[in-house]
Design a protein around this ligand. Sequence first.
Ligand SMILES: Cc1ncc(COP(=O)(O)O)c(C=O)c1O
Length: 353
Amino acid sequence: MTPDSILYLNRNENLYGPAPRCFEVLRSITLNELSVYSRDFARGVKSSLSERLASDLKIPEAQLLLGEGSEDLLKQAVHCYLGPGDKILCPAQSWWYYRALASEVGGETVTYSLKVGKESYLFDVDEMIALYQKTSPRIVLIASPNNPTGNSFPDDQLRRLVDSFRESIVILDEAYWGFGDSTADRISAFAEEYRNLIVLRTFSKYYALAGARIGFAVAGKSLGRLTKFAARYLGYNRISEALALAALDSAEYYKSVRKEMVKDREQYYSFFDNLSGFKIFRSDANFVLVRIPSDKAQLLRDFLVDRKIQLKFFSEPEFQNHIRITIGTRDQNRLLLQAISDFSSSSSKELHP
Ligand SMILES: Cc1ncc(COP(=O)(O)O)c(C=O)c1O
């Protein structure tokens, strides 16, 4: 719970919090470290964090870019490559900011739709390729897992897409990387093979450091212009970098958080699968999308306000009668599921007194 005792399950934060090592590192930062630039640029690298990430991911450091979260790197990539009148192709059902980006530089947004499958949302690769050929966008944006639908791009489909989009810049937003079941990491193979691909990752979600505002991008070999655009010759935020390094040193902690979340995600599935009128979509992220009975949105929202719980209710037409729930800690999840269970029995009593 937050100090105002509202449970925020609407913001896709990782409510388990960062690894204990992050707090130790924070306490040990000295005044001297705060008053000087890092000067890592003079050593021929961006920073010790970019060096560490490059080594962990087996990617040349030159291809590793740092920024203030993936929002910042996404903005930089679009401002670097999209000009007035250029098109950006992005998912219609997605983080709202994708659809606002083009307007910052006088560009145009074209959207592709995701399909509703039996258990989860799906990307329609054939339709995306057809739309690409018709509209010739300068940038294509793909999110895996996608927010708020939670579905990911399987490797083979992603390869087919990026192979078909070689004439454009492809941005793959992996902000929710780490919460899925798979531990295989495709990033180094992609960085080697695809010269026009930018993969965005962040410390905000899996590593629970949203407040530190730190993320990174892996840029394909043809994207030197972005590397220059994103360069910060005086260095980066030392505190955020130290926190990120401490998080990377705490792999076991984050694996155990992931394990708990995967179990709780399953619990959400079985709860909503058995609740009449609700439909939950399978997710590889730390949130789930749920369709709720029509006309219940306002009632549910009011009910949850009384219980001091906030979920994401959408204003977009595609997601009318949908909620997005951030998976919290075990106790927080229990609290929410109890509240929804109470809501559902009180509203069925109203219908059948
Ligand atoms: C899909 C997606 N990408 C990127 C971000 C930005 O994350 P950050 O800037 O904290 O790395 C968000 C934030 O919620 C998001 O939902």
